[in-house]
Design a protein around this ligand. Sequence first.
Ligand code: PLP
Length: 253
Amino acid sequence: MKTALTVAGSDPSGGAGLQADLKVFRSFGIHGLAVVSAMTAQNSEGVDAVLPVDTDFVERQLHALLSDIKPQATKSGMLYKKTTVEIFAAVLRKYSLNNLVLDPVIVSTSGMSLVEAGTLDSMRDVLFPLSRVITPNIHEASLLSGITIENEKDMKAAVKELKRMGPEAVVITGGHLSATAADLYCDGEIHVLDGSRMEGEYHGTGCAFSSAVTALLALDYSPLEAAKRAKEFVRNAMEKAYHPGKGMAFLHI
Ligand code: PLP
């Protein structure tokens, strides 16, 4: 059986973070590996608190795992600490993990910061050049590119700017920007991945999208084909979404 690794935060509600990633991997028939980089206290209404795991212990988890098992693809989610970003980059090099999907998690839907100061710069400088695909949403793409995205023209400028920073491909997930909820994909050439917008607040769509791309890369799809299929996967999961609590809808994965 193929394996994929997520290095991500824990979400006790199971809607986002490593819990969601593992479910997505499994639904593509892949064995999931998970290294915990942060813990959160949260529910369907939002994130209450964050506790980062010490970078030394993230490193211990990675070495213990990777000295034994080599995943076909890897994703990172909520790394939180700048030092964790730096150690993760060193580990990717040491174990030649070159099928990386970077989900640059910065802030929760409910507004809680999911990174410490300085982490964004490190993500850009040390992880972008090691990534096959980065999957920012509009807000993350604005912060990382320095271009405030208010329309499709801004989105195009941002996707090109992010591509210039070193990843093999960039997908900006469109979410709320347009009626078509179009994603913009760039590997040098720009592709518009059309969809259709769904009303309501959904928890964990970014995590589900990036882990589906990771699973599809592990299954040897190209980054563009992986992005297209992952978009369809998330759309289907949103159509069957449910409400386990008082807040946001959860994807049916
Ligand atoms: N918690 C964890 C551990 C996450 O990784 C993320 C997003 O990636 C979130 C919460 C935020 O999820 P949402 O944007 O649905 O609030």
